[in-house]
Design a protein around this ligand. Sequence first.
Ligand SMILES: [Zn+2]
Length: 479
Amino acid sequence: MYRVLARAYRSTTFDEVVGQEVTATTLKNALKSGRIHHGYLFTGTRGVGKTSMARILAKALNCLAFEAPTPTPCCKCESCTAVAEGQDIDVVEIDAASNTGVDNIRELRSNATLRPARARFKVYIIDEVHMLSTGAFNALLKTLEEPPPHVKFILATTEIQKVPATIISRCQRFDFKAINTDAMASHLAKIAAAEHVQTDDGVLRRVARLANGSMRDALSLLDQLLSYDPKHLTSAIVNEVLPPPHDELSAAVLQCVADRDAAGALRALDIALQTGRTVDRFCDHLIEHVRTLMLLRVCGPDTDLVDVAATIRTTLISQAEKFDGPTYVYMIALLEELRRNVKFSGAARALADAAVVRLAMSHQFTDLGVLLGRLEGNDAAATASPADAKKNAAPDSAARRGPTPIAPAPSRSAAEQPAQRRTPAEWERATRDPLVQRVKAAVDGTLLDIRPAQPAGANAAPPSEVADEGEPTLFATEE
Ligand SMILES: [Zn+2]
C-alpha cells in the first residue's frame, strides 16, 4: 500500500529530525542526565517536526528495551512501534482543535491518576493546544502544576501567543525553527534516492523553497510531483506542476514598482494570485521579501540576518540596490496596512491592486499631497516628508537609484509660489471637486497618509471666519 512520503519518512530518532538540532540535543542531554521535566511546550509553524519530536520523546521516555528513559529509543519494542503509529495506550495524543472543551480535560485528569498500563510514564501529547477553551486551560493548569509523578505532558502549538502565560511558565519551552532551504533540499535528496527517483539539478531546491520552511509541505509537493512522474523529475515537470516560488512572484512585482510600471505590477500581482494564494498570504510574502531586501541594503550583502539560499542571494542583492532604506520602511508600512485591511474587507483584491498601483506611482501620489497641502495653505507640512529628510541627507540618491515612493522634490510651481490662505469659498470649491473627493475616498482609511503630523501651531489656525464651522481639512487628521 502506498504511504504518503510525509508518513513514510517521518523522523524516528532525535538524530533524524531535520533542522531542529538544538532542541534534539537539549532533550537528549536531559534524558541522559535524568533531568526530565513534567511538561514540554513545542512551538513553531506547521510542518517543522513538532509532532515527530513529541513522539520521539515519548518513545525515549517509555522504550521497553531500556531500564530507564533513554536518548536512543530502540524503535522496535511494542511501546516504540505503537507510539510511532500513534496507537499506544500509555501515550495519548489529543488534538485540541477537536477537543476544546473543559470536559475533555477533566476526563484527561481523571485518567491521568491511573498508572500507565505497561510503560514507565503516561504521556499526553496535546496538539494545537492554543485551541483549548479558557475553562479547559484552567483545568489543565491544575494538572500541570502538580502532575502525578508518572505523568508527562508534551504540548504543541503553532500559535504561542494564544497560549496563556500561566501554561507557558509551567512548561519547558522549545521554539522550533523554520527549516532552512539547504537542509531541506539535502533531506529531500536522501528521500529521492531512497525512492529511486532521478532528479534534475535545482528541482529539489525549488521544492524546498516553495515549502517555505515546512518539511511536511515539501514532502507533499514531492508526492504531487511523483504522481506525475514516479521515475524522473525534470525542471519541465516542476514548471508544469508547481506554482513559481513566492519570492519570484514578489520579485516580479517589486521589479515593476522599481520601473514605475503600474500596469506591469498589476499583471505580476494577478499572476501571483492566480496560483491560488490569498491576498493576505501574498502580502505576508511580499512583506517578507521587502524585509529581506531591506536587510541586504542596510546591513550589506554579507549579512547573516538574511537566511536565503546561496543561489538566489545574488539576485536579491542586485534587487536590493533598487531602493534605499527609507523607501523600504515606507513599503513595509504600506503593505502591513494593506495586510490588516484585507482581513476585514470584502474587496481585498481591489485594495491590493490599489496598493500596488500606489507603490508604483507613489511619485505622483506625493505630488498630489503637495497639491493638497497648497490648498490647505500648508506647504511645509505637505512637503517635509521623510523623503525630503532623506533627500537632504543624500541629494543625489534619488537620481542615482531611480524611483523612490515619495516624490523626489516638490513640483516647481509649488516651490515658486508662496503659500496662500484660501477663502472659505475657495475651500468649499476645492473640497467639493469630484476629483479631490474621489482621491480622498480612495486614500482615507485604506492606505497610509504619509504626511508627518502637523507641528503644533504651524499653519494650524484657520481664517477666523471659518473657525466657527470647524477647521477645513481634506483628511481627518485627529488620532
Ligand atoms: Zn523501544
